[in-house]
Design a protein around this ligand. Structure first.
Ligand code: NAD
Length: 432
């Protein structure tokens, strides 16, 4: 099939690469000329395992362009994968979706299906249909389908090629038939429903995971108070198939471009119907507090951060990505800088993006050892393999005071004891 994808971000680019891998011809459109130029030169603008290889392997079936009109004109299916950022009140900014819909409506010269893959509030499919009708230039029939995406950054390629399900929200058998032509080569299970239900699946699923994280973080907090060990608790819980072990890792809260925004959007959506989603409200509040939990713990060791040498390991909101959007590290670094600390950071993938947030305020280090040398305190915000595998004894050897506050439980308590460091983690006893 001839497919166009609007947006070459984390979702659009992975979608384009995977559809090409399955034999489709894909034109991937982005308004960011720099991103498109990079892609045309064979480089990926984002760090995502396996993506660059897939782009190279399928380059004959992939086209990158800023010319939306040319890409949409003759496409059988156009997938909208542009950003849907949050507004200050928690609602969703649909500006980019509206622009893409308008461009498609003006360009389309044959019947086609527009599949909305961006995460959008329930009812947006109807709105996209209206925007298309208002701007349509040619007598063509354009069907709008909801096709939410469930990939996780860091494992996005695998998540898309071997997804647990393809959700299609369709309003006609014809649209369903076309979308199945797109996805049949993946040989994955389908959930076919109406558009609004499909839109709701995405929020209900994402927010459920956020709830799970906040729940286990609260259990971890109580574990610390009563002397239980969260790692053992979650091992015992996770083996129950009704619970499952995924998203049961205690830490310093969720971040990224999805959970924070989607929890707020679902809460806002329900509030618009005069319904307060109390579980979601609680999950959001717990997360906000959890994010700066380590700072509060650090305050029990030092009176202030002013003039202290502080090492920060891990900037991205999770390992395997260069994305720092809404990462807990940002909120923590902001507090440290505000209070006058000298901050030295290390991250294997996120430093380029971090430089757009903190230019000269922090020192970017090329190794973990460089970041922690002579530090008074070390914070760990992301569980990168490089950090997990770092010799824990080096903290004692290189830091001025070996005080390590680990928000992702990267080390065993035994290894911390043997290393002779002061070690605070989440949901586990303090080592000192
Ligand atoms: P992103 O910010 O990485 O990418 C969006 C891209 O769209 C940008 O490159 C931007 O330049 C481009 N764009 C904006 N307007 C455009 C237009 N009119 N035409 C073409 N391109 C345009 O965003 P993302 O992380 O890929 O997320 C996209 C959507 O998918 C969001 O709704 C998000 O909630 C959802 N989603 C994201 C993830 C994730 O893990 N990132 C997972 C599932 C769903």
């Amino acid at each position: 099939m001839d497919i166009a994808v609007a947006g070459a971000g984390y979702v659009g680019l992975v979608t384009a690469a995977c559809l090409a891998e399955k034999g489709h011809k894909v034109a991937c459109v982005d308004v960011d000329a720099g991103k498109v130029a990079l892609l045309q030169s064979g480089k990926s603008p984002i760090y995502e395992p396996g993506l660059e290889e897939l782009l190279k392997k399928n380059r004959e079936r992939l086209l990158f362009t800023t010319d939306g009109a040319a890409a949409y004109r003759w496409a059988d299916v156009i997938i909208i994968a542009v950003g849907t950022p949050e507004e200050p009140d928690g609602s969703v900014n649909l500006r980019y979706v509206r622009e893409a819909a308008k461009q498609i409506a003006e360009a389309a010269e044959k019947d086609c299906v527009v599949a909305v893959k961006s995460t959008v509030p329930v009812g947006t499919g109807d709105q996209v249909e209206r925007w298309i009708e208002e701007n349509r230039k040619n007598p063509v029939h354009i069907e709008v389908v909801a096709n939410p995406e469930f990939l996780s950054q860091g494992t996005a390629v695998k998540d898309m090629l071997y997804a647990s399900r393809i959700v299609l929200g369709v309003e006609s058998p014809q649209a369903e038939k076309v979308m199945k032509e797109v996805y049949d080569p993946f040989a994955l299970p389908y959930v076919v429903t109406d558009r609004k239900s499909a839109e709701m699946v995405k929020y209900a699923a994402n927010v459920f995971l956020a709830l799970k994280i906040s729940y286990i973080n609260e259990i971890a907090n109580v574990c610390e108070m009563v002397g239980a060990n969260i790692e053992d608790v979650t091992a015992g819980m996770g083996m129950d198939p009704r619970i499952g072990s995924q998203f049961l890792r205690a830490g310093i809260g969720y971040g990224g471009s999805c959970f924070p925004k989607d929890t707020k959007a679902l809460h806002w959506l329900a509030a618009g119907c005069d319904y307060e989603l109390k579980t979601v409200q609680a999950a959001m509040e717990v997360n906000e507090k959890q994010k700066v939990k380590l700072i509060e713990k650090a305050r029990t060791y030092v009176n202030h951060f002013c003039g202290l040498e502080v090492a920060v390991l891990g900037l991205t909101f999770k390992p395997g990505t260069d994305d720092i959007r809404e990462a807990p590290s940002l909120a923590n670094i902001a507090v440290l800088l505000e209070e006058g600390a000298n901050v030295r950071v290390w991250d294997p993938a996120g430093m380029e993006n971090a430089k757009r947030v903190f230019q000269k305020e922090v020192v970017y280090c090329s190794t973990i050892a460089e970041a922690i040398t002579n530090a008074d305190i070390c914070f760990i915000f992301t569980e990168w393999q490089e950090i997990r595998q770092f010799d824990i004894r080096q903290y004692a050897a290189l830091m001025k005071t070996p005080l390590v506050l680990d928000g992702r439980n990267c080390y065993s308590l035994d290894s911390a004891r043997e290393a002779g460091i002061i070690y605070e983690s989440v949901g586990r006893e303090r080592v000192c």
